[in-house]
Design a protein around this ligand. Structure first.
Ligand code: PMP
Length: 406
């Protein structure tokens, strides 16, 4: 595998050493959340042991250090994703980030006659906020449909971008199918038609080099806990012109310049959108996560996960009665499948007893599962720290469990 010692990389993740039900853990639920390297755990621990203070409020040494650490992560994320630091709003994750766009950008701007275009393959986090906006403004939600292979229907998407469409909500990578969408091409087309683009990067940033500037979108949301970072961290990137024009979403400390009972002068973006005490320790951890991924190299991560995906797909395709949803030409390492005669939850429950953690259910994507006419799937999502042996052990466990279910 070239220059990377993957066994050494795996050893960076202490949790992977544990057992479950007396079996070595095989963690294949990375699309749900990822495990953390020791450097991230130590960064959080060290912050609480040595630096803990509030940000942007105190002049004392600890306050200065905490502020520098928090702002340092903003800078690291900006370099990692090729954007300006003052265009990154730090927040609790993708869900918050998309809601911020919905409440601060969309709500004051949309009305009856306007349309929000949302793809069929979105996570509920990129559907529900738009439904809420539509209900409150009288705007319409239109669906950008997909094809059977789990790719976007690009012709239909172009046709759907009529002049009434003000916003397109699209995931970079599907959390159910693994489909990598041609975001750059789509954003170019959208921009030409004056459609503002909101890209959900939750499943992209952890798995490939993402250059947000090159994508040409208007908003890009992502979450820290899937990219080796702590839960409750994430960010919204937005073009400066949008941030300048957006009113705050939440009010409180940190986001103001002057307060009286009659009038508030807001702070500049991005601080305008970061009301209250943030998850400082979490962002210290996220900074360490960015360092970790940058050291490893997103290109190496993508290559390694591509190999694990090919192995997994090949092995599963030899299982009788197994159906994989979608087979897009470009995929991240996510495989959703159904096994004839076995319920997804039963499979996942029995696999857990074998030490194998996978997800079963609807993956916060009801409209997508409805498209395929299925009630639930099993989803397997390896990360770079998984091994080829684990894939083989998982497939053997799947066959065993299927026999148990008769
Ligand atoms: N979008 C996608 C594509 C996701 O996979 C997830 C996480 N499952 C989310 C949004 C929501 O992220 P979070 O729960 O961290 O806000």
């Amino acid at each position: 595998d070239g220059a990377v010692d993957w066994a050494a990389v795996r050893a960076d993740f202490p949790l992977l050493l544990r057992e479950v039900h007396g079996k070595p853990l095989i963690y294949l639920d990375n699309a749900n959340t990822g495990q953390k390297p020791a450097s991230v755990i130590e960064a959080v621990d060290g912050y609480y042991r040595r630096q803990n203070a509030n940000v942007s409020r105190a002049v004392h040494q600890l306050g200065t250090e905490a502020t520098e650490a928090y702002e340092g992560t903003r800078g690291k994320l900006a370099r990692f994703l090729n954007v300006r630091a003052d265009e990154l709003v730090l927040c609790s994750g993708t869900t918050f980030a998309i809601n911020l766009v919905a409440y601060s950008w969309a709500l004051p701007r949309l009305g009856p006659g306007d349309t929000i275009l949302v793809s069929r393959m979105e996570h509920h986090a990129n559907i529900v906020p738009w439904r809420l906006v539509a209900d409150r403004t009288g705007a319409t939600v239109r669906v950008a449909e997909i094809l059977d292979d789990g790719t976007l229907d690009l012709d239909a998407l172009r046709r759907a971008m009529t002049p009434d469409v003000k916003l397109l909500a699209l995931t970079h990578v599907s959390n159910v199918l693994g489909t990598v969408n041609p975001v750059r091409e789509i954003c170019r087309e959208a921009r030409r038609r004056g459609v503002v683009t909101v890209i959900d990067g939750s499943q992209a940033v952890p798995h490939m080099r993402v250059d947000i500037a090159a994508l040409g979108c208007d908003f890009y949301a992502f979450t820290g806990h899937k990219m080796c970072g702590p839960t409750g961290t994430g960010a919204l990137w937005a073009r400066r012109e949008h941030l300048e024009a957006m009113p705050p979403f939440l009010g409180g400390g940190e986001m103001i310049r002057e307060v009286s009972f009659e009038r508030i002068v807001y702070n500049d973006p991005p601080h305008r959108f970061e009301a209250g005490t943030p998850n400082i320790a979490g962002f210290v951890g996220l900074g360490a996560a960015v360092d970790y991924l940058e050291r490893l190299g997103p290109e190496q991560v993508e290559r390694r996960e591509g190999e694990l995906l090919a192995h997994l797909t090949e092995s599963l395709s030899q299982v009788d009665g197994l159906r994989i949803l979608g087979n897009a030409p470009r995929k991240a390492a996510v495989v959703s499948f159904l096994l004839e005669g076995a319920h997804a939850h039963d499979l996942a429950t029995l696999l857990d007893l074998e030490g194998v953690a996978i997800r079963s259910g609807q993956h916060c994507a009801h409209p997508l599962l409805q498209f395929y006419g299925v009630a639930a799937t099993c989803r397997v999502s390896p990360a770079f720290y998984n091994t080829h042996d684990e894939i083989d052990t998982f497939v053997a466990a799947l066959l065993k469990v299927r026999r148990l279910l008769g």
